[in-house]
Design a protein around this ligand. Structure first.
Ligand code: F3S
Length: 697
């Protein structure tokens, strides 16, 4: 067979997935940092990687109780159940959680759905560590099934009504499709979450397509690697397939492979005798293993005299081709794969490199954490600012893309006078810097909305609203004004007020300032005044006796003058008028308890109820002649009085102690004469001097 008659193709996606790559790197980083490292189970289903880590000092433990003091535990990409986290908390060892973000998402789903009362159906291998970790977040309320047969069995039997269905990240896509066909399409009590990882799905669909186009396939990866086993299952449906863990195994398979190759060629028409060999590898297979498979396959091809021309069969080149090239300055899209604490975001670019965004390249808003801005699974527009091929990392910036887009928004906002919102980041010379749409907007102190000389730092970290008054395109700088927004809003509020306000309207407003004659109240952008006499039914000396600046009070419009812009407000309400309350509750002839509140030469004022005082004329204090009021009563005394007169017009009340005594005497002695009532006075309008008739008496 001639060289040109053999074509070897590597699957587009093969080898380490993002989650495994990250986990392995974390172990190496911890070892490089001099930490004593233990992994909870092998970090990856690949003997060569695991052996290398063991040689460098890492330990593999199967239970948290095996941890040594001071050892750092690394949780592998499969994740663990809640109980393991609790045990680790109790032990206090340092923990590096390398749970793949896609697995962590499943943990969140099952936790939420279990809490929502759903029974969790899990498609996967119940013995696999990932499934054991997932069920550890389900609080017993779950069933694991392997395939559509087991699912049908479950569906035909009584299952709880409310179900949530998820899959192991490495579950076979084809089996998942079969399972979906068994489910009712419109059952609101059933929630389905497709949690099969894209890395797995991509490997499976690439492997499916490649194996359909190949005469034989080699699948490289650990025997215990679930996703490798599934790749093997997918491929062997389409063509003869061999699963190898170690490239050295290929030499033992030479005879089998030659035989399969010859059989495939014999089955082809003479004019199209080209042998297609496909190679794929599981997510836990490092790139060097794939290269070794290439080398060993070349030797086997030599053996069967079908050696391909080297330039046509460079596995390295094929592998490289399967990955996307990324260069500095490229605009790329990536998916947030994980968020590391407060410092950075890991991004899956669909490339062999790992993408990351530092906090300073994520946002200009220094008050925010990465998790305030993005969440796992978000798709982001990014720009590449650094590619490090040696480390396999790509530094990305979201901020710079946001700035470009944001500046356009800012320019448009200036034209349209749109009000923007931003957060004040810092106080700088002459003003403030606010972050808005990823752009720094300078707000001069004179446009901050604060009074001249005020402390600008009161606005730090505050959300503010402003319009853009100037932009400098070259320097990508914008100038904003909070004050203009405040003025515009105040004008709009005033216009609306004068359009709609009418006497009697009720407002709740803040007391903005006090004078001796009244309180100014903000009615929502416009101030009205409550005169001191309108603040209380009680006698007060100044507004501050009843309200303070900053108080929120209810007011109503008493009068409006659009020409002068004056708004007179009332605060005390008619229904609270103590005089009217008194008239409703008390009548001439009533005998009541009252408290002496002041004493004059002509009598004593006694309080009947709040704000209502009546006069007990000196002649009505006793049956005896009284020379001095103080001989009979003192301030604070409680006296029993009879209401002898109410002058509604003058708001005066006359009281008598003497009449109470006479009534009692009359009752006792069956005597009838009733003495005339003396003059009464309503406290607010009480005369400074005795009334004329009293004086005559
Ligand atoms: Fe994670 Fe998918 Fe790999 S779930 S560990 S990226 S196969």
């Amino acid at each position: 067979m001639k060289q040109a008659d053999i074509v070897i193709t590597t699957a587009k996606s093969a080898g380490f997935c993002f989650g495994v790559d990250r986990a392995v790197k974390l172990v190496y980083e911890a070892l490089d940092a001099g930490k004593r490292v233990a992994t909870l189970g092998p970090i990856v289903h690949n003997a060569s990687v695991v052996n290398d880590l063991l040689e460098r000092g890492a330990r593999i433990i199967s239970d948290v109780s095996e941890l040594h003091d001071g050892e750092t535990l690394i949780i592998r990409a499969h994740g663990v159940g809640r109980a393991v986290y609790e045990a680790l908390d109790a032990r206090g060892n340092e923990v590096i959680d390398a749970t793949c973000p896609f697995v962590a998402r499943i943990h969140r789903i099952v936790t939420e759905q279990t809490a929502a009362g759903r029974h969790i159906l899990i498609a996967g291998d119940p013995t696999h560590p990932e499934i054991q970790g997932i069920v550890g977040h389900c609080t017993q309320n779950y069933t694991v099934f392997k395939d559509q047969t087991e699912l049908k069995y479950l569906i035909d039997r009584t299952l709880p009504q409310r179900l949530a269905l998820i899959a192991q990240t490495t579950y076979n896509k084809i089996l998942w499709g079969e399972c979906m066909k068994l489910l009712p399409s419109d059952d609101p009590d059933l929630l389905v979450f497709d949690t099969i990882c894209n890395a797995t799905a991509a490997r499976q669909s690439d492997a499916d397509a490649l194996s359909k186009a190949s005469d034989l396939m080699i699948v490289a990866g650990g025997r215990h690697s679930s996703n490798t086993v599934k790749l093997y299952d997918v491929c062997r449906r389409n063509c003869p397939t061999w699963h190898i863990e170690d490239p050295a195994e290929l030499s033992a398979l030479t005879a089998e492979l030659c035989e399969a190759a010859q059989a495939a060629l014999r089955a082809k028409p003479a004019e199209s005798r080209i042998l297609h060999i496909g190679i794929t590898a599981g997510a836990s297979t490092p790139a060097h293993i794939i290269k070794e498979v290439q080398t060993n396959m070349s030797e086997i091809i030599d053996t069967i005299n079908t050696t391909p021309e080297s330039e046509e069969f460079s596995f390295e080149a094929e592998l490289e081709k399967s990955f996307r090239k990324i260069r500095k300055g490229d605009r790329v899209r990536g998916i947030v794969a994980s968020i590391s604490g407060n410092s950075e975001v890991m991004v899956d670019l669909g490339a062999k490199q790992t993408g990351y965004i530092t906090l300073s390249e994520l946002t200009t808003d220094t008050s925010k954490k990465p998790s305030d801005i993005v969440k796992v699974g978000d798709e982001l527009d990014l720009v590449v600012i650094q590619v490090n091929d040696a480390e396999g990392t790509v530094q990305l910036s979201k901020r710079r893309v946001d700035e470009l887009i944001g500046f356009e928004t800012i320019k448009n906002a200036m034209e349209s006078k749109e009000v923007l919102e931003g957060t004040v980041q810092s106080v700088v010379k002459g003003g403030l810097l606010a972050s808005c749409n990823g752009v720094h907007v300078f707000i001069p102190a004179s446009r901050s909305g604060l009074s001249r000389g005020a402390d600008l730092s009161v606005l730090l970290k505050q959300n503010v609203r402003f319009i853009i008054v100037d932009v400098n395109e070259q320097r990508r700088r914008a100038v904003g004004s909070i004050r203009d927004v405040q003025f515009a809003e105040r004008d709009a509020a005033k216009a609306k007020f004068w359009e709609t306000a009418k006497v009697g309207d009720v407002f709740t407003g803040e007391v903005k300032s006090l004078t001796n004659y009244g309180a100014f109240v903000d009615l929502g952008g416009i101030d009205g005044m409550v005169h001191v006499s309108e603040l209380s039914w009680s006698r007060i000396h100044q507004p501050s006796d009843v309200v303070a600046v900053g108080d929120t009070i209810e007011v109503f419009i008493k009068a409006l003058n659009p020409e002068t812009g004056r708004i007179s407000l009332g605060h005390r309400r008619p229904e609270d008028n103590p005089w009217l309350k008194f008239l409703n509750g008390y009548h001439v002839g009533d005998v009541v308890e009252a408290t002496v509140v002041s004493i004059t030469a002509f009598g004593a004022f006694a309080r009947i109820t709040d704000g209502i005082d009546g006069l007990i004329h000196i002649s009505q204090l006793s049956n005896e002649r009284v020379a001095n009021v103080k001989d009979v009563v003192s301030i604070g005394d409680t006296v029993t009085v009879k209401i002898t007169a109410i002058d509604e017009e003058k708001k005066r009340i006359s009281l008598s102690i003497r009449a109470v005594g006479e009534d009692a005497a009359e009752e006792e002695e069956q005597e009838a004469p009733v003495e005339a009532a003396e003059e009464v006075v309503y406290s607010d309008d009480a005369p400074a001097e005795a009334p004329a008739e009293d004086a005559a008496e």
